[in-house]
Design a protein around this ligand. Structure first.
Ligand SMILES: [Mg+2]
Length: 392
């Protein structure tokens, strides 16, 4: 059995261009789907996949670990940079999809699963609608409460918000109070039985992240995400030690050694590895094994397209420490037209029952993808109150 071709199918989905990766073989009808979506770097990832393809075309697709080693280590540069890491991940997912199809079982069963009856999911406020999630002003607490109620009405028992504003490296009380009011309004709106998450998008300095974490601690957040840059391991660790709120991070980390350093520093209780950036399912399984040594929970980052979701779910059905799957469902209205999925989502509680098809259990509708060709992602250029550059 040989890999004959690797294709990329780019599908413009407003905030992101989903990059679907199709690995074809010399066996009639046998191919795998992966995803290598990397917002604002679409052209770079597509070209990187073309470069990496040269290494593995003609090879046996069932030698997934061997091919991963080739993709990661050959041609001198290791695959740690975000563009190449994402390209490798996209191909790796497709190889595991092929492996599942060859074995006639879902990927999670290849790894000894399923380890649970269902996977819990959470949504973004607004279900992934860009304006609702990313652009609701933190000062508008009433809007946060309305969107929180809507998430619960949509069946979710957990949701994530961006209830922390961008700040200069040091600011006074105003942004802290605004965040407090937004979170208080959401808690008031949905009660204590619903889990609320707050994502800081790694915008605050460690000092501001500490203040936000302390201010929001009384509201019992399920987790508090990226309160400062992942490079500030000491800052994350100090925040994690100072509050009882579980701290989550990891979506921007690509290599096992960086995860090791985060875990050793005590920087997080929840690892948000991104399966499409940290070496695919091959890399993610290594990170999961490492996390288990610290009893760190897994909640993969997944605001991308449907193959990423299918991969996160297969991972979830095979990893005991997996706690919840991030989902978006209102990013584009035609999301479900692009994909056919092997798992089922129960509307009440938004829990997912296992995929019953081989591999990742998904099929991409290529004709539908062609209706949404590449477009430049909407630019997000952030400047702070004094005109200095901020993080998005
Ligand atoms: Mg995040």
């Amino acid at each position: 059995m040989k890999i004959t071709r690797i294709e990329t199918h780019v599908c413009h989905a407003r905030m992101r261009n989903w990059i679907f990766v199709k690995v074809l073989t010399d066996q009639d009808g046998l191919y795998g789907w992966g995803e290598a979506t990397l917002e604002w770097h679409t052209r770079g990832v597509v070209a990187s996949i073309e470069d990496i393809s040269e290494l593995i075309i003609g090879e046996d697709p069932r030698r997934v670990e061997h091919l991963w080693q080739m993709m990661h280590r050959q041609h001198f540069w290791h695959g740690n940079g975000i563009v190449r890491a994402t390209a490798i991940a996209g191909i790796d997912l497709a190889l595991w999809d092929i492996m599942g199809k060859v074995a006639g079982m879902p990927c999670s069963s290849l790894w000894g699963g399923p380890v649970r009856d269902h996977v819990r999911t959470y949504c973004h406020l607004g279900g992934g609608n860009m304006e609702d999630f990313y652009e609701t002003p933190v000062e508008n607490a009433a809007r946060f409460a309305d969107l929180a109620r809507q998430a619960v009405a949509d069946g979710f028992t957990a949701f994530k918000s961006m209830a922390v504003p961008s700040t200069l490296p040091i600011e006074g009380l105003k942004p802290i109070r605004a965040a407090e009011k937004a979170v208080a309004a959401m808690r008031e709106a949905v009660g204590d039985d619903i889990d609320i998450m707050v994502d800081c998008h790694a915008r605050p300095s460690p000092a501001m992240g500490m203040q936000f974490a302390k201010a929001l601690e009384p509201y019992g957040l399920y987790f508090f995400e990226e309160p400062c840059w992942p490079e500030s391991r000491e800052g994350l660790a100090a925040i994690a030690a100072a509050v009882r709120t579980p701290i989550a991070t990891g979506e921007r980390v690509t290599h096992l050694s960086e995860f090791r350093d985060l875990f050793m520093a005590g920087a997080c209780a929840i690892c948000q590895l991104d399966i499409t950036h940290c070496g695919g399912l091959t890399g993610a399984r290594r990170v999961a094994a490492l996390a288990e040594a610290w009893r760190i929970a897994l909640a993969p980052h997944n605001p991308q397209g449907p193959v990423s979701t299918a991969a996160s779910l297969e991972f979830g059905f095979s990893q005991p420490s997996y706690i919840i799957c991030e989902t978006v469902h209102h990013d584009v209205p035609w999301r479900q037209d692009v994909v056919s999925e092997g798992f089922t989502v129960e509307k009440v509680g938004r829990i997912v029952r296992p995929n019953t098809r081989p591999g990742l259990g998904i099929e991409i509708n290529e004709a539908e993808v062609r209706r949404h060709p590449f477009q430049q992602e909407i630019l997000q250029r952030v400047f702070l109150s004094d005109g200095s550059v901020g993080d998005w």
